[in-house]
Design a protein around this ligand. Structure first.
Ligand code: TYD
Length: 190
């Protein structure tokens, strides 16, 4: 099984990735968890750029794609081929949302990704109102970049909200982590 968690920053994705992994391991499944951007060289450059100065939109998009290509070939496909379950914290739906904000067409991003990145069996989009998300990631009223961040995350939310595939499930991330986890496991095949 290939499972992906998506959602704007502050929705609790990494917590739910870990909880779901534990629950599936307890059922006897072999589970691999991973994230994007990865800890590989491209992912590291992307993370560093958050502090050292943002890359151009095109350079950033290319790096996310290179990072994902290596992730797909080096980890995701081999693990799925071994029969393991793969759970990811972010995948190409994040590129549609975040690089969509930087001016690229989300549907074109999706088309490019589907050429090399397998579709997940399940995608959980954790949904939270913007104020709570901003609070959780420590963005306070009056901060210099507050408006910019608010506007960007609002647009990301809209891209996530526009996704309409059968494998996509929206989860209310306002609840406590255990309740969110229970909502998620309802959608697993029995
Ligand atoms: P995040 O999951 O927040 O990582 P961290 O562990 O550092 O909290 O991801 C880092 C940022 O990368 C996040 O703001 C979303 C962004 N991102 C993109 O812009 N495009 C992508 O394709 C992906 C996967 C992430």
């Amino acid at each position: 099984m290939f499972i992906v968690f998506e959602g704007i920053d502050g929705t609790g994705k990494s917590t739910q990735v870990q909880r779901l992994a534990e629950a599936l391991r307890a059922q006897g499944r072999e589970v691999i968890t991973s994230k994007e951007p990865t800890d590989g060289p491209h992912g590291k450059r992307l993370r560093d750029s958050a502090e050292t100065g943002r890359l151009s939109p095109q350079e950033e998009l290319d790096l996310f794609h290179q990072d994902r290509l290596e992730h797909v070939e080096g980890l995701i496909k081999p693990a799925l081929a071994r029969g393991q379950t793969v759970i990811l914290d972010r995948y190409f739906f994040s590129t549609m949302a975040y690089q969509g904000v930087r001016g690229f067409d989300p549907l074109e991003i999706r088309r490019l990704n589907e050429e090399f990145a397998p579709l997940p069996d399940l995608v959980f989009i954790l949904e939270l109102d913007l104020e709570t998300a901003l609070e959780r990631i420590g963005v306070r009223d009056g901060q210099a970049n507050q408006f910019e961040q608010r506007e960007a995350l609002q647009k990301c939310h809209e891209v996530f909200a526009s996704l309409r595939d059968d494998f996509i499930h929206r989860i209310d991330a306002q609840k406590n982590p255990e309740e969110v986890h229970q909502d998620i496991v309802q959608h697993l095949p029995r």
